[in-house]
Design a binder for this molecule. Structure first.
Ligand SMILES: NC(=O)c1ccc[n+]([C@@H]2O[C@H](COP(=O)([O-])OP(=O)(O)OC[C@H]3O[C@@H](n4cnc5c(N)ncnc54)[C@H](O)[C@@H]3O)[C@@H](O)[C@H]2O)c1
Length: 414
């Protein structure tokens, strides 16, 4: 699926706009849609079978953050049990209470019991993650899928010579996890901070992911959804062309262009401008390589455009512990007087008002996109072991799309 592009990089000198709150409050809503455009519509209504005795869980790493918290709520509403891992480096524990309150209200209205919601206050790079995963797994004796080498260990010496012990060794002990899928949000995301502290970003976003994947592999957990970003398109995002997933690949790929011509893409991207952007590209490459080496993985990278909005109750939203850099929290700091003005970067783009055009997506749509991706993989509907999808609206948005009386764009576009 393709999505509209941002229309340019920020010009070096910000123009300063005072924020007026006189616009219509109705216009400020960013209503979410209710259908998955990417995956089959029926998949989101087809959750993993949580009634089947040993209670599967979905593990959401970074699940108390902005996008994670909305995703956890939607997962619960779809009937999934959820295990959240979060170190609270950019979120607050009270988000957990808010998710619980909203989910229990939802299930109370339906007269149904709420699925389980577990939380571990942990850095996902911590050695304690092994104990957490152990707690959700058991051992099981299974038949080996095939004998692809001579089974020496199945030979036994008897009085009449050496014989095959056909009872032995066609079985093995394996770990079976109740965690049937993982959604990974745990990353640092400030473009500006990543330039000042690249090692901090590579350590969490890249090294953390590598070790985590190794751990998941040990526990046989191979249905994985990764939070990527439209930033992986690099310079292409400023060319004013629709961004197709095939324009950024990690292995050579052939695809049909709009006019039917066949195009071959080589791996790589031009013009990544920050360690944050590079970290997302690197993570995607690592995931794509892993999928080639072991096609039993089902990995979906979701490339987000600009998530905005909040849960309709207003109880969940974007409430970062660190200095905000995304558009809406920055606007909130101006509205509350913490910041005097809103800096808008870019005035000379080829757009009606000269400001950048961006593709905004409602955070609840984004949350549902993750569930659709997980469920599609679990149902075997995603054929390739690694796939990337854009999650955007495909509709370029100026400020009017957000309902404010100004045209916003902020410096830090994650
Ligand atoms: N918000 C955006 O505009 C945007 C756009 C594109 C991609 N993304 C990606 O989406 C993901 C989620 O973004 P968000 O806006 O919800 O960010 P967020 O900071 O609100 O959420 C991330 C959560 O992960 C937690 N976390 C970070 N490192 C951790 C670690 N080592 N162990 C455990 N928890 C950890 C944080 O405490 C936070 O709760 C990120 O990977 C981000 O790069 C975000």
């Amino acid at each position: 699926m393709e999505s509209a592009t941002n229309s340019g990089t920020a010009s070096p000198t910000p123009s300063v706009f005072s924020l007026s709150t006189t616009g219509s409050s109705e216009a400020a809503s960013t209503p979410d849609t209710h259908r998955s455009m990417l995956f089959d519509d029926d998949v989101a209504g087809d959750p993993l079978d949580i009634a089947a005795g040993n209670s599967p869980f979905i593990m959401v790493v970074g699940g108390l953050g902005y996008i994670g918290s909305h995703t956890v709520l939607e997962l619960l509403k779809e009937g999934y049990n959820v295990l959240i891992i979060d170190d609270l480096s950019n979120s607050y524990e009270n988000v957990l209470d808010r998710i619980k309150a909203l989910a229990s209200e939802h299930f109370a209205a339906q007269g149904k019991a709420m699925p389980s919601l577990h939380f571990q206050h942990l850095d996902y790079r911590s050695p304690a993650m092994r104990s957490v995963l152990a707690g959700y797994s058991s051992y099981s004796v299974v038949h080996k899928p095939s004998m692809n080498r001579f089974p020496y260990s199945a030979l036994q010496r008897t009085d009449s010579g050496i014989e095959m012990n056909d009872e032995a060794d066609d079985r093995m002990v394996t770990r079976v996890s109740r965690i049937t899928g993982v959604i990974h949000f745990a990353a640092y995301k400030s473009v500006e901070e990543s330039i000042r502290m690249p090692l901090r970003y590579y350590s969490n976003n890249v090294c953390g992911l590598v070790d985590f994947l190794g751990l998941l592999e040990e526990y046989g957990i191979k249905n994985f959804v990764f939070s990527s970003s439209a930033t992986v398109y690099g310079e292409m995002a400023n060319c004013g062309v629709p961004l197709r997933e095939e324009l950024c690949v990690h292995h050579p790929e052939t695809f049909q262009d709009h006019d039917g011509t066949e195009r071959r893409m080589s791996p790589g991207v031009i013009g990544l401008t920050s360690p944050y952007g590079r970290s997302k590209f690197m993570c995607e490459s690592i995931l794509a390589d892993l999928a080639v080496s072991d096609p039993s993985w089902s990995i979906t990278a979701l490339r987000y455009f600009n998530p905005v909005g909040c849960h309709e109750s207003g109880i969940l939203g974007e409430d970062p512990r660190q200095k905000p850099s995304n558009l809406i929290p920055v606007i909130a700091t101006v509205l509350t007087g913490t910041k005097p003005v809103l800096d808008i970067f870019g005035t000379d783009w080829n757009t009606p008002d000269g400001t950048a055009v961006r593709d905004f997506i409602h955070v609840v749509d984004l949350a549902r996109g993750h569930i659709a991706a997980l469920a599609a993989s679990a149902a075997g509907r995603v054929k390739a072991p690694f796939r990337a999808y854009n999650l955007g609206e495909s509709m370029p948005g100026h400020a009017e799309g957000l309902g404010w009386p100004y045209s916003p764009t902020v410096a830090d576009d994650t």
